[in-house]
Design a protein around this ligand. Structure first.
Ligand code: DPP
Ligand code: ZN
Length: 875
C-alpha cells in the first residue's frame, strides 16, 4: 500500500520554468528530447526526482554537459513507474540551470490511452492526471508551471501536427519528414500538455472576443464527419460568448482547437488551446445522435472550454484539490446549460444524477469528501463526489452569497491567483473576502464526506394555530470518517395548504417573515408558523438547494397535492418520484412471494397519473422526465435500503403495464397529438421528442400498437425518433419488428456511437453469456481495446440485472476486469466500481458481489488504480 496524503504536500525543491520539447513521433518507438530550464526553490536542496513511466532513458545533460550523477529507479509493480533522481550537488550554480533529457517510449505498445498513444491511426496525447511521465521524465505534478515550446516531427503521412498554444512555424524537411513548432505563452502544468498528429476532416470558423480580438476556431474529426461537427462548432461559439457575458472571461490565445478521437478513456480534456475529445462527445448532428447526446456535446464542449480559466489559468496545487477546478467548472457548465436550454429541467436532471450516483458513493466503501485526504492512485479522484457534489457545494455557496457577490469573488480569485496553482482554501477565501460573508463553517463541506440527512417533522396545534416545523440534520458515519458535524445548509422551502395553495407572507411568532430560503448551520432549525387555520404541507430542498437527502413522512394524499399543485416544478417532480417509490414498498412483500402478483396501488394512484397525463402536452419535457424515472435502476438506487433487484424489476414492469392498461386511450391520444416539427435545438422540441420516445415504449409494453413503431420509423425526422423505435422493439421484445432493427443497423453501419447504442439495448436484454459473446462477435465497431466499447459493454451488463446476478454473469465481468486492467488501467476502475455498491442489494445478490471481489483480490494482481478500488470495496 502506498497511501498519498493531502497533508503531506511539500512544495518542490526545484521547478521547471521553461520546457523545449522535441518529439519525434514514430512507430513503434518515439524519441523525446526535452530541454528544461530548472530553477531551485529551496536553497538547501541538492537533488531532485523526476517522474517517469515505462520510459527508456538515453541521456542526461546539464548545461550542455553529459551528466552522470543520477539514479534511475524502477518502482515495483505492474504499472512501470520510474523515479529519476538527479544529484546537482557538484554544480557551481545550482540556482538555475538547463537540464536536457533524451528518452524513448514505445508508442505502439501503449494501450493505456495515457501519455502519447495511437487512436486508430491518429497519434494523440492524454496527460491528466499523470500521463506526461509516459512521455518524458519530468516534475509531473500540477504545481510545476512552465512555458512550453513543442517541436513535433513525423513522417509526412500526417497532415496535421498540433500542440498547445500558437503555431510558430511548420513545414517539410527534405527527408520525407515534416515538422511543426508550437509555443504556449501561458505557464502550465504538464497535465495540460497536448499534441496530436493525424489526418482529419477540419471545420474552420472564428470568434470575435469582447475586446475585439479575432480567434481562429478549428475542429478536427474523422473524415466524412464534416456535417457532424457543425453542432459542436456552434457550441464552442455559444460557450465563448456565454463566458464573456456571465463571467466576464475572454479567450486568451490566437487559436482554439478541438480534436475528436475514437479511443479515449474519459469524455474530454481541457489541454490549453487544444482540447481533445472522445469523439462521442464532439461528433454528432440530429441525424446521427439522440437529443440527449447533443445536449452532452454542448455541455462538455462548454465544460472543457470553461476550464481555460477555471483549471488552466488558475490550476490545482495538488490533485487533492481537484474539485477546485472540476466542481467549479461543472457548476459553470450547469449554469451555461441552464441559461441556454431549460433551467428547471437541468436542475432536475442534475439532482437525479447526484442522488443516483453520488449518494450511493457516499454510502459505499468508496466514500470520500469532495477534497479527499488520502488516495492510493491519483487517477481515482475522478469521481461523482469530486465533480458533481463539488459542483453542488459551489452552487450552495452561490445560493448563500448571490450572483453578484459570487462574481465579485470570481474576480478576486483571478486577480489573486491567475497563473498560479492553488488550493480550495484559496478559492473559498477569495469568495469570503469579496462577499464579506463568513464562510468559516461552510468550509466543512470540503472536508466532511457523507450525505447529510435532513429530517423534517411538523406539529400543528389547533388551539394556538401554530405550526412548528423542525429540521434536524445528521450525517451518518461513512466508511472513511466516523465523526460528523452539522453543515451549512440552505433549504428552499414552500408551505402548501392541504388544497395545494402555496402560501407566501408567512410569519413566525414574533411576526417576522419566514424566508423562502432557510439557512442554518446548527443541528436543528425550528420554524414556528403563526396564525394557521390548518396544518401546511412542507416541501423542502426545492431546486436541490443543498446536496442533502430529505427524510419526511409524507402521506400519499400530501404527495398527490404537491404533485398536482406545487408551483415549483422540482417540488412536483420529486413528489411524483416519491410516490412512485412508495409503490415498490407497498408491493415488495407480495412480489417476493409471487412474481406474478397483482400490483396494489392506493386510492391516489388514479388522480396522480390522470393529472400528470392531462398536462402532458403542456409541458412535455416535464412529463417525459417523470416517465423516465419509471425504471428499475432508479427505483433501486432511490430505495434508500437494500432491495431484491429482480423483484424490483418485476414491480417496475407491473407499474408500467398498469399505466398502459389504465390510461391507454389517454396515452394514445397524447402520442397522436405530439407534433413532428422541423428539428431545432431547444427545450420545447427536446421535450416533445422525449415524450414521444417514452410513450412509444409504454404503448408497446404489452405487444400492442406495433403499427405506431413502424410508422415512427418512416416518419422520423431525426435520429432521436429512430432510436426510440429500436428501444421499444428491443426492450419490449417486439420480434415481429426485428426487420426495423436490421434496417437501423444497416443505416448506421458507419457510425460507431449508433451501433453502440444498439448494442447496449441488446446486451441489456441478452439471456446468457453466450448470447453476449455472440453479440460482441457480430458488432463490428466493438474492440476490446477501445474504451467506448468497454463502456458500452459494462453499461449493457449493468442494466441486465437478470444476467448480472447469475454465476456466469458475474464470472464474465470478473474476467473482463482482469483482461482490461492489463492494458488499460484507466478503464478497469470503472468496471470495478460496479462491484462497490453491493449494499444496494439483499442477499444472495449482495453476497455474490462480495464473493467476486474476494476472488479478484486474493487470486489476481492489478494496477494501482484497480487495486485501490477493489481493496476499498472489499474492506
Ligand atoms: N479534466 C477532464 C475534465 O473533467 C477529465 N479528464 O474535463
Ligand atoms: Zn473538467
Amino acid at each position: 500500500k502506498r497511501t498519498l496524503k493531502r497533508l503531506d504536500y511539500k512544495p518542490l525543491d526545484f521547478t521547471a520554468t521553461q520546457v523545449d520539447l522535441q518529439l519525434n513521433l514514430d512507430l513503434p518507438v518515439s524519441r523525446v528530447q526535452s530541454k528544461i530550464k530548472v530553477k531551485r526553490l529551496n536553497t538547501e536542496a541538492t537533488s531532485f526526482v523526476l517522474d517517469g513511466q515505462k520510459l527508456n532513458l538515453l541521456a542526461v545533460k546539464i548545461n550542455g554537459q553529459d551528466w552522470s550523477a543520477y539514479v534511475l529507479e524502477d518502482l515495483e509493480g505492474v504499472d512501470g513507474f520510474q523515479n529519476l533522481k538527479i544529484d546537482v550537488s557538484s554544480l557551481s550554480e545550482p540556482q538555475e540551470f538547463t537540464l536536457e533529457i533524451e528518452n524513448e517510449f514505445n508508442l505502439e505498445e501503449n494501450l493505456s490511452m495515457s501519455g502519447i498513444y495511437l487512436s486508430d491511426k491518429v497519434i494523440v496525447s492524454q496527460c491528466e492526471a499523470q500521463g506526461f511521465r509516459r512521455i518524458t521524465f519530468y516534475f509531473d505534478r500540477p504545481d510545476c508551471l512552465a512555458v512550453f515550446t513543442t517541436y513535433l516531427e513525423t513522417n509526412d503521412s500526417y497532415e496535421y501536427l498540433l500542440a498547445n498554444g500558437n503555431l510558430l512555424e511548420s513545414g517539410s524537411l527534405n527527408n520525407g519528414r515534416k515538422f511543426a513548432k508550437w509555443h504556449d505563452p501561458f505557464p502550465k502544468p504538464s497535465y495540460l500538455f497536448a499534441c496530436v498528429a493525424g489526418n482529419f476532416e477540419v471545420l474552420d470558423d472564428y470568434f470575435i472576443t469582447k475586446s475585439g480580438r479575432k480567434v481562429k476556431l478549428r475542429l478536427f474529426a474523422e473524415y466524412g464527419r464534416l456535417e457532424q461537427i457543425r453542432f459542436a462548432m456552434e457550441a464552442v461559439k455559444r460557450a465563448m460568448k456565454w463566458d464573456e457575458d456571465r463571467f466576464g472571461l475572454e479567450y486568451d490565445l490566437d487559436i482554439f482547437m478541438v480534436v475528436g478521437v475514437a479511443y479515449f478513456n474519459a469524455g474530454a480534456m481541457e489541454n490549453k488551446g487544444l482540447n481533445i475529445f472522445n469523439d462521442e462527445l464532439l461528433v454528432g448532428c440530429k441525424d446521427t445522435v439522440t437529443d440527449d447526446s447533443l445536449f452532452s456535446i454542448d455541455s462538455v464542449i462548454a465544460h472543457e472550454y470553461f476550464h481555460n480559466w477555471t483549471g488552466d489559468r488558475v490550476t490545482c496545487r495538488d490533485w487533492f484539490q481537484l474539485t477546485l477546478k472540476e466542481g467549479l467548472t461543472v457548476f459553470r457548465d450547469q449554469e451555461y446549460s441552464s441559461d441556454t436550454v431549460n433551467r428547471t429541467m437541468k436542475r432536475i436532471d442534475d439532482a437525479e444524477e447526484i442522488q443516483a450516483y453520488q449518494f450511493n458513493e457516499d454510502k459505499s466503501p468508496l466514500s470520500h469528501p469532495i477534497r479527499p485526504d488520502e488516495v492510493e492512485s491519483q487517477d481515482n479522484f475522478y469521481t461523482s463526489t469530486v465533480y458533481e457534489k463539488g459542483a453542488e457545494v459551489i452552487r450552495l455557496l452561490h445560493t448563500l452569497i448571490g450572483e453578484e457577490k459570487f462574481q465579485q469573488g470570481m474576480k478576486l480569485y483571478f486577480e489573486r491567483h491567475d497563473g498560479k496553482a492553488v488550493t480550495c482554501e484559496d478559492f473559498v477565501e477569495a469568495m469570503a473576502d469579496a462577499s464579506g460573508y463568513n464562510l468559516d463553517h461552510f468550509r466543512l463541506w470540503y472536508s466532511q464526506s457523507g450525505t447529510p440527512e435532513v429530517k423534517v417533522t411538523s406539529e400543528y396545534d389547533p388551539q394556538t394555530k401554530v405550526q412548528k416545523v423542525t429540521f434536524v440534520q445528521e450525517t451518518a458515519p461513512t466508511f472513511d470518517q466516523q465523526e460528523k458535524q452539522p453543515l451549512t445548509l440552505a433549504l428552499k422551502t414552500h408551505f402548501l395548504t392541504p388544497e395545494g395553495q402555496t402560501l407566501t407572507n408567512l410569519v413566525d411568532l414574533q411576526g417576522k417573515a419566514i424566508p423562502e430560503l432557510l439557512v442554518f448551520e446548527t443541528k436543528e432549525l425550528v420554524v414556528e408558523i403563526a396564525n394557521q387555520e390548518q396544518e401546511l404541507i412542507v416541501v423542502t430542498n426545492l431546486d436541490f438547494s443543498s446536496p442533502v437527502r430529505v427524510i419526511q413522512q409524507t402521506t400519499s394524499s400530501q404527495l398527490a397535492t404537491v404533485a398536482a399543485h406545487c408551483q415549483n416544478l422540482y417540488g412536483k417532480y420529486f413528489a411524483l418520484k416519491e410516490y412512485y417509490n412508495s409503490i415498490f414498498r407497498l408491493n415488495e412483500e407480495n412480489f417476493v412471494r409471487n412474481s406474478q402478483a397483482q400490483l396494489e396501488v392506493d386510492e391516489h394512484f388514479a388522480t396522480i397519473y390522470k393529472n400528470l397525463f392531462a398536462l402532458a402536452l403542456e409541458d412535455a419535457s416535464f412529463t417525459s422526465a417523470v416517465l423516465r424515472f419509471h425504471n428499475v435502476s432508479n427505483a433501486i438506487t432511490s430505495a434508500n435500503k437494500a432491495v431484491n433487484p429482480l423483484v424490483y424489476a418485476q414491480i417496475d414492469k407491473a407499474i408500467k403495464t398498469k399505466l398502459y392498461q389504465d390510461y391507454k386511450v389517454q396515452l394514445e391520444g397524447i402520442y397522436a397529438q405530439l407534433p413532428f416539427r422541423t428539428w431545432e435545438y431547444n427545450s420545447l422540441h427536446f421535450g416533445e421528442r422525449a415524450l414521444r420516445d417514452q410513450l412509444l415504449s409504454l404503448l408497446t409494453i404489452s405487444q400492442e400498437n406495433q403499427e405506431l413503431v413502424e410508422q415512427l420509423y418512416t416518419q422520423a425526422s431525426c435520429y432521436n425518433d429512430k432510436h426510440a423505435v429500436i428501444k421499444a422493439i428491443i426492450n419490449n421484445d417486439l420480434s415481429a419488428l426485428d426487420y426495423l432493427v436490421d434496417k437501423f443497423a444497416l443505416e448506421y453501419q458507419d457510425t460507431a456511437s449508433c451501433l453502440d447504442e444498439l448494442l447496449t439495448l441488446r446486451l441489456k436484454n441478452a439471456k446468457s453469456v453466450a448470447q453476449v459473446e455472440a453479440l460482441l462477435a457480430n458488432a463490428k465497431q466493438f474492440s476490446i481495446t477501445k474504451p467506448n466499447s468497454l463502456y458500452t459493454l459494462i453499461r449493457g451488463l449493468r442494466l441486465n440485472l437478470n444476467l448480472f446476478f447469475t454465476k456466469e454473469g458475474i464470472e464474465y465481468i470478473k474476467e473482463l476486469i482482469i483482461k482490461v486492467d492489463k492494458n488499460n488501467p484507466g478503464v478497469s476502475p470503472y468496471l470495478c466500481r460496479s462491484f462497490a455498491n453491493y449494499d444496494l442489494y439483499l442477499d444472495p445478490f449482495r453476497q455474490m458481489v462480495i464473493d467476486a471481489l474476494e476472488d479478484l483480490i486474493t487470486n489476481h494482481t492489478f494496477s494501482r488504480n484497480a487495486t485501490e478500488i477493489l481493496n476499498k470495496a472489499f474492506e
